[in-house]
Design a protein around this ligand. Sequence first.
Ligand code: PTJ
Length: 249
Amino acid sequence: MVSEGHPRYASLMLRNKLVEGYERGITSAHGLIAHGRGEAFDYLLGEQTSESARKATKVACAHLLTARFPVLSVNGNTATLVPDEIAELHAITGIPVEINLFHPSAQRIKRIADHLHAYGVANVLTGFDFIKLAHIASDRASVDKNGIFKADVVFVPLEDGDRAQALTELGKTVLTVDLNPLSRTAVASTVTIVDEVTRALKDLVSFAKHFESDGHQDELNLLKASFDNLENLKASYAIMQKQLRSLAR
Ligand code: PTJ
């Protein structure tokens, strides 16, 4: 039992959640390793949301709210870490949720679908009616015909580089959350939120609540038009470099 006063309380709680998700067959063993990589980058961000990350979240929200057919792609890590926020986003925007796994198994897809249903996500696509995208070496090439395949905007938190690139090449707007500003996903995406996914999704839900009412169209369009993903990534990278320099002193 860790007390709330422990300096690493928040981080340890996230780890507990993921281990629990693993034990329930939702998160993959690889997901635990992926989270550790994310934690290392978060340490360099001071484990807090930067201004540039919040700006990217706002822009991602603008894309989601103005899309013709947006889809949220969920994997074992995000299903475990942010089920409430996935359900809230689904309720506010009506965005379909597609389970799309890097290490798929019918059993894990069913467990994740049941888990999301329990959190109130009504419309969960499981890739039952799938199609394979070209130029992707992993199982993530399979996407749901009624989901990612026909989406104009795809929100893929914690994505792998191949697919982010392939989705962009297909002409889709790709939104992601990735603590590593140097990853192929971060660089290939249209909007990359360099933030821990639990913090990013909380912010995204707040922005969605604020912007979902009518009358924000001009502001949303301006947010999209004025965003430069590479410049935004550089801002996150600069925070990390500064932190490294201060640690070296
Ligand atoms: O459930 P599955 O089978 O679909 O597998 C999911 C994982 C995450 C295991 C799979 O997609 C994978 O291997 O991902 P990668 O290629 O390791 O990429 C994950 C990226 O997300 C890395 O760049 C990490 O730094 C980043 N990341 C990890 N945890 C977090 C994170 N970013 C934000 N918040 C996190 N909590």
